[in-house]
Design a protein around this ligand. Structure first.
Ligand code: NAD
Ligand code: WQD
Length: 347
């Protein structure tokens, strides 16, 4: 028998970039949090930092969710949790092209082990971290959730598309299980405290950490991947969203699943601001907020990049009552603040 209480939430991958911000928002909204993470792309220090911010300590379990038995034991131990937010996955697009099997293994086995344990233990509320990458090259803009998904360019992206399909098939086979997939656009930014933020291992793939690391002197220059796209300045347009806004959407999503009147079997929501900015817009805003010139050079297009990607945010607004609140300057200044704090501490 499931002894669900409304207040405990399991966060897989809760030491990572988006997970750690979500842990804080959950705690500040009154939830008790159980973090499970194998620290393959994060550090347990994040937990100490979140305690500094909220004054509350989450339970932390260091565990690889690919390990089926260990995963089941973990869920059994914490079966009183009322919901699960599943962030744990590998996420580097380039690495996934080099090591596709590692990506399929980690992202699928972790998901399937979590779902199997939950099924066995009658734990029924699940939030899945998906990505706008499932839209491939979209036919219409802004992209609505009803847009047909396409095979993404990378094995990483494909893990998200197929994971959504696995989730849907599983939901179709059960009565009680309910899930929400959240398709993130481009998360950037860091917590206002300056204590947690994005910490990519090795050379960053993504634009924002590459910019802040270049400005901090860790990288020599940013290479801009093409300026011959059919956009206003030739560089691709993306929908950047502040990680704290994103984290807040997870709180609202879990609350929706816990509300019997609102909960549906399966729903999908885009999480973006609905506003598209070019790479040059991001650089210009960075230079404004930091008061610093950025060293950059134009190079060839990066394979797989699409010219335009921005969300329709109507569904999240209508059903979740959620809208992103922070603008591009706030996103970029918090990323820069985090980078500077981190580099100063580690001098
Ligand atoms: P992250 O790498 O910072 O966090 C993922 C966490 O999961 C890490 O702490 C890692 O140690 C942990 N983890 C990985 N495999 C695990 C396993 N087998 N067992 C236990 N823990 C494991 O990544 P993030 O940016 O916070 O992304 C979180 C989720 O959001 C991921 O599923 C990612 O694919 C998805 N997502 C991220 C972005 C983005 O741009 N950051 C965009 C769309 C979707
Ligand atoms: C943004 C723009 C690049 C780096 C990726 C994943 C997606 C999702 C979010 C997880 C593009 C340009 C970048 C650089 C550059 N992640 N750029 N020089 O590609 O929109 O999305 O992260 O789910 O799945 O694909 O984000 O930050 O890599 O790139 O010019 O060194 O910046 O060409 O136009 P992307 P990004």
């Amino acid at each position: 028998m499931n002894k669900a209480t409304a207040s405990k939430v399991i966060v897989t991958g809760g030491c990572g970039y988006i997970g750690s911000h979500t842990v804080i928002e959950l705690q500040q909204s009154g939830f008790d949090v159980i973090v499970v993470d194998d620290l393959s792309n994060s550090s347990a220090e994040t937990i100490d930092r979140s305690v500094q911010i909220t004054g509350k300590s989450p339970v932390f379990v260091n565990l690889d969710l690919k390990d089926e038995k260990a995963c089941y034991s973990f869920f059994k131990e914490h079966q009183e949790a009322s919901g699960v937010i599943h962030f744990a996955a590998h996420k580097a697009v380039g690495e996934s092209v080099q090591k596709p099997l590692m990506y399929y293994q980690n992202n699928f086995f972790s998901l399937i082990n979590c779902l199997s344990a939950m099924h066995e233990l009658e734990m029924n509320n699940f939030i899945f971290s998906s990505s706008a990458t499932v839209y491939g090259t979209p036919e219409t803009l802004p992209i609505t959730e009803s847009e047909q998904t396409q095979r993404p360019f990378s094995p990483y992206g494909n893990t998200k598309k197929v994971a959504e399909e696995i989730l849907e098939d599983f939901i179709d086979s059960t009565d009680k299980f309910a899930a929400i997939s959240l398709r993130y656009f481009n998360p950037i930014g860091a917590h206002d405290s300056g204590l947690i933020g994005e910490l990519p291992s090795g050379i960053p793939n993504n634009l924002m950490p590459y910019i802040t690391q270049t400005a901090a002197g860790v990288r020599e220059k940013l290479m801009i991947f093409g300026n011959d796209y059919p956009t206003k300045d030739g560089t691709p347009i993306r929908d950047y969203i502040h990680v704290v806004d994103l984290a807040k959407a997870h709180v609202v999503a879990i609350q929706r699943l816990l509300d019997k009147k609102k909960k549906k079997n399966y729903e999908i929501f885009n999480l973006g601001t609905g506003i598209g900015y070019s790479v040059m817009d991001v650089i210009q805003t960075f230079e404004e907020v930091s008061g610093q010139k950025l060293n950059y050079e134009i190079t060839d297009r990066r394979p797989g990049d699409v010219p335009f990607l921005f969300a329709s945010t109507d569904l999240a607004k209508e059903k979740l009552g959620w809208v992103a609140e922070k603008n591009l300057s706030e996103m970029i200044s918090s990323s820069w603040e985090w980078e500077r704090n981190f580099r100063n501490k580690n001098k």
